[in-house]
Design a protein around this ligand. Structure first.
Ligand code: SF4
Length: 472
């Protein structure tokens, strides 16, 4: 697809603003003060989408509430990655029949990755007739128009056509107040890992123009955000779809030139595009956190092939060794799946041995969950769940010991942390993060919130560090 077809024309964005104005005028004429409840599930990319929905709603005149029963508009912004999350969404949708009974004017909307799945949209159409608007990630930018159609026609609206995907700039965003911000730099995925539904619901890879990304990061730094995470399904594949040689490492270098006291992180990376150039750039750039989330998923080559991951165990280990050599103290995290269809115990133990060998600081661990419509969901899966659970427990045992040891090594050290808020523990009232994104529960003054601080680490466990702020 041509680049010009991927970028939504400014005239089309302006047209959406005219629908925003119509909705605002409609409420103003009724002297109404509408409230919206936006409930977002899943990954940071979806959180960023939720912030755009809120940005558009705010321009329409909506305020926000956490309570569906108080809302004139309820939006469930969903995730399709795990079966459990899907069941929760259907449960929440069912419960909304009651709020709609009390307030028949309430508009109920389902969006996000789940909504883009044909079987989900069909089920909602047939069995959840109180849902007024359903749209997938492709249609997010035309939310004002879709919502206006609901208000004007009093009919149900579905916008879930399968698409290559697009890039829409200039959509307003409501960001969380505080020190952290997220910037999507690319959308979609070309990889079709056999267990993953994302390429079917978020379209093909599209990178934003570097100037748009740089302008957004600059604005965030100038507004006082101190911890900025660049997002993409495969963030380090940035640029593969752009003309020329400009790649993710080049983007990091350019961002690093923006003056200010801030950290840049990124997620998630794909090992197939994790180059030596990227690690050299991370090592060189002062604003780039020395933290790497590099999902390996399996430590066995046959399983990696079945997963369509396009790297081997040896290649993954080579990348890790290079990155660690370039950045001593690098904090490493990863994603891993146990119990992929057809995986044997010996193959699962290859995963456990890789975890033992690398020594990740933390792992996001999952037992395989089939997603209808993916290749893996059609594979024979003879191993019972109870057996997979045993392998999983072995994995956790190894990883928990690694995390505890990695954290114990911090005790007695001085660390520079970013204090990001209060904690729920009165003994350690502040919450903060190291450059490597390790959680530090902190004794110290609330005035530190929003600032970098030097702390002495006094204690640790498997999941967190504990420390005291040190005044210079
Ligand atoms: S790289 Fe693989 S796991 Fe990641 S979003 Fe794409 S298909 Fe899914």
């Amino acid at each position: 697809m041509e680049r010009k077809d991927v970028l939504i024309a400014l005239a089309d964005i302006a047209r959406q603003r005219s629908f925003t104005e119509r909705i605002r005028a409609m409420f103003a004429a009724r002297q109404a003060h509408p409230a919206a409840c936006v409930d977002t599930f899943g990954c940071q990319q979806n959180v960023a989408d939720g912030q755009k929905l809120m940005g558009m709603l705010r321009e329409m005149g909506f305020s926000f509430t956490q309570e569906p029963k108080e809302a004139d508009l309820v939006i469930l912004n969903t995730c399709a990655v795990r079966e459990h999350a899907e069941q929760r969404v259907f449960g929440n949708l069912g419960a909304l029949t009651h709020t709609k009974k009390e307030n028949p004017e309430q508009v109920i909307c389902l969006c996000g990755c789940m909504a883009q799945e044909e079987r989900v949209a069909r089920r909602v159409k047939e069995s959840y007739r109180h849902v007024d608007l359903v749209f997938g990630p492709h249609a997010l930018w035309k939310f004002p128009e879709l919502l206006w159609q609901v208000y004007e026609s009093h009919k149900r609206v579905f916008s879930v056509a399968d698409e290559h995907g697009s890039i829409a700039e200039g959509i307003p965003t409501v960001r969380e107040a505080g020190v952290k911000a997220w910037v999507s730099i690319m959308y979609g995925c070309n990889n079709f890992c056999s267990y993953c539904i994302v390429p079917y619901v978020r379209g093909r890879e599209r990178s934003r123009e570097k100037d748009a990304v740089l302008a957004e990061v600059r604005e965030l730094v100038e507004s006082g955000y101190k911890d900025i995470t660049l997002l993409g399904q495969n963030v380090n594949s940035y640029g593969n779809d752009l003309d020329g040689e400009y790649d993710f490492a080049d983007l990091l270098s350019d961002i690093d030139c923006i003056p200010g006291d801030y950290l840049i992180r990124f997620m998630s990376s794909h090992p197939k595009d994790a180059t030596h150039k990227l690690f050299d750039t991370m090592a060189r750039c002062g604003h780039v956190a020395k933290q790497l989330h590099l999902p390996f998923q399996s430590g066995n080559d046959r399983v990696l092939r079945e997963m369509n991951r396009r790297y081997t165990r040896a290649q993954y280990l080579e990348e890790i060794h290079y990155a660690k050599a370039k950045m001593p103290g690098l904090v490493l995290t990863s994603d891993v799946i146990i119990g992929f269809p057809g995986e044997t115990e010996a193959e699962a133990m290859d995963t456990v041995s890789l975890v033992d060998e690398v020594g990740f600081d933390a792992l996001f661990t999952f037992i395989y969950s089939p997603r209808p419509g993916t290749k893996a969901a059609a594979l024979p899966d003879p191993v019972p769940r109870s057996e997979k659970q045993k392998w999983f427990d072995q994995l956790l045992e190894v990883q928990n010991a690694k995390s505890a040891a990695a954290h114990a090594a911090y005790v007695g050290r001085m660390e520079r942390v970013l204090v990001d808020g209060e904690s729920d523990d009165p003994d350690w009232p502040l919450s903060s993060r190291t450059e490597g994104n390790r959680l530090v529960r902190l004794k110290g003054d609330k005035a530190l919130i929003g600032r970098f601080a030097n702390v002495r680490i006094t204690d640790s466990n498997t999941w967190a560090l504990y420390g005291e702020a040190v005044t210079e």
